[in-house]
Each structure stands twice: as structure tokens, then as C-alpha cells.
Write a protein that binds this ligand. Structure first.
Ligand code: HEC
Length: 135
């Protein structure tokens, strides 16, 4: 298999249980739940970019605890939202290995409307904000 085939295979293995098993979460803890279900495999459970399959990527998943630090101490919520959603390319952020979650979530039964998808990404953005490294 070519490297990208391997990646796609890893991706399916990681995503399928997450999509099938993530039913019935409340919106208040949605950000944390969604992060663990959809993001931790690559970005790590502490968001530091060291998830179990991180090393299989040519470009390592970003350390999501340094987003504010790398943006002069200001958490870039707009960039984070767009990067997760994936519909508007953000220069220097995301890339071929970063899934476009706007599409993934819109196919999930828990967020079938555009508004539900937006709320879901929004709680991820807020959850990531709580993980920012303050130093
Ligand atoms: C299949 C692995 C994978 C999964 C799952 C994944 N990401 Fe990523 N993500 C990446 C990679 C790889 C990058 C770095 C892409 C690049 O720099 O080209 C990235 C980059 C990002 C960035 C941009 C950070 C920056 O400073 O540029 C954000 C924000 C992000 N991911 C959030 C998330 C969130 C939230 C989730 C869960 C909904 C998630 N990611 C799930 C692989 C993944």
C-alpha cells in the first residue's frame, strides 16, 4: 500500500468506532466528549499532538495547547473554528491530514442541521480554549 492508502486505512479504523459509538452526549460536556472521541487519536488526550497514531503522519498533528501562545497570547477562536470546520481554508493551518469535521459532523445523526454542526464545533473551540498553556 502507498503511504496515503495506509493513512486512509488508519483513519477509517480510528473514525468508525468514534462515529458509531458517540451517541447521546449532552451539549455541556460535548466539547470534551467530542474531543476524546474524534481528536485524541491524533492530537492526544491532552491535546499536545501525541496521540496513538500521531507518528504515522508526515506532518505531526499540532500541539493544540499552544494555540494562544503562538498567537501572541490571544486564543485564535476564529482560526480554530475554521480549521476544525474545514470549509474555509486557513493558511498554514490544517492540511491534507486534518479531517474536515464540518462534513463529518453533518453526516452524524446527532448534528444533522447546519446549526447543530456549528454548535458542536463551537463547543470544541471552547473546550480547546480551556486547555491553553498559560506560560
Ligand atoms: C487523523 C488525524 C487527526 C484528527 C483525528 C484530528 N486532527 Fe487536527 N490536525 C491533524 C494534523 C496532522 C494537523 C496539522 C496539519 C498541518 O499542520 O498541516 C492538525 C491541525 C489541527 C489544528 C490547527 C492547529 C494549528 O496551529 O495549525 C486544529 C485547531 C486542529 N487540528 C483541531 C482538531 C480537532 C478539534 C479535532 C477533532 C474534532 C482534530 N483536530 C482531529 C490531524 C488530526
Amino acid at each position: 500500500m502507498k503511504p496515503y492508502g495506509m493513512l486512509a486505512a488508519a483513519f477509517i479504523v480510528v473514525l468508525t468506532p468514534a462515529l458509531l459509538g458517540a451517541g447521546g452526549q449532552s451539549s455541556s460536556s460535548g466539547g470534551a466528549n467530542d474531543f476524546n472521541a474524534y481528536c485524541a487519536s491524533c492530537h492526544g488526550s491532552t491535546a499536545k499532538g501525541d496521540g496513538p497514531i500521531a507518528s504515522s503522519f508526515r506532518r505531526r498533528p499540532a500541539d493544540l495547547t499552544k494555540l494562544a501562545q503562538r498567537n501572541n497570547g490571544v486564543y485564535p477562536s476564529d482560526m480554530v473554528f475554521k480549521t476544525i470546520d474545514g470549509k474555509t481554508p486557513v493558511s498554514g493551518h490544517g492540511g491534507p491530514d486534518m479531517p474536515t469535521w464540518g462534513d463529518v459532523f453533518s453526516k452524524s445523526s446527532e448534528s444533522s442541521t447546519a446549526e447543530a454542526v456549528r454548535l458542536r464545533i463551537d463547543s470544541l473551540v471552547k473546550y480547546l480554549e480551556t486547555l491553553q498553556d498559560k506560560k
